[in-house]
Design a protein around this ligand. Structure first.
Ligand code: FES
Length: 165
């Protein structure tokens, strides 16, 4: 069966430029960037059809794209809110208060892990080490890292983003 999705021209062009950084026979090197672009284009998440479209465009097995998309937490396989809040609960963050922070966020947003607020504004995710252990507890809100996170600090950011009053 042919995939009904053809990647938009600007995305194909960007992928082509990206691939120039790598040897011509290393098309898999384009998976991360292609998935990132396609996910943004699709409003924040991926679908099977989009993953197939990426694999077909790169000329690689579909499974190679699935492996990346299902392993890394920066790819979302279900629709997400406008803003994604990733809370690290690994050891350094756990020892520095990530559990309390998570509880605060759940209460404030009235959602649990992997849920999105009814207004579609925020999705809450529990993630593995964000590589910011020195600033534990660490969160990532969209593309912004928030180190030494506290409920007050997080509330300020939520306010900035116009939500969870
Ligand atoms: S343990 Fe949380 S950022 Fe490393």
């Amino acid at each position: 069966m042919t995939n009904p999705i053809i990647l938009p021209a600007d995305i194909r062009e960007h992928i082509d430029k990206w691939l120039l950084r790598y040897p011509a026979d290393q098309k898999r090197s384009g998976i991360f960037e292609a998935l990132r672009l396609v996910q943004d284009w699709n409003g924040g998440s991926l679908t099977n059809e989009l993953m197939v479209a990426v694999a077909d465009y790169l000329g690689i097995p579909h499974v190679a794209v699935y492996e990346v998309a299902t392993f890394y937490t920066m790819y979302y396989l279900n629709p997400v809110g406008k803003h994604i809040i990733n809370v690290c609960t690994n050891i350094s963050c756990m020892l520095n208060g990530s559990e309390q922070l998570a509880e605060h966020l759940k209460k404030r947003l009235k959602i649990d892990w992997n849920e999105t607020t009814p207004d579609g504004k925020f999705t809450l995710k529990e993630v593995e080490c964000l590589g910011a252990c020195v600033g534990a507890p660490a969160c990532q809100i969209d593309k912004r890292y928030v180190e030494h996170s506290t409920p007050d600090k997080i509330d300020e950011i939520l306010k900035e983003l116009g939500g969870a009053a």
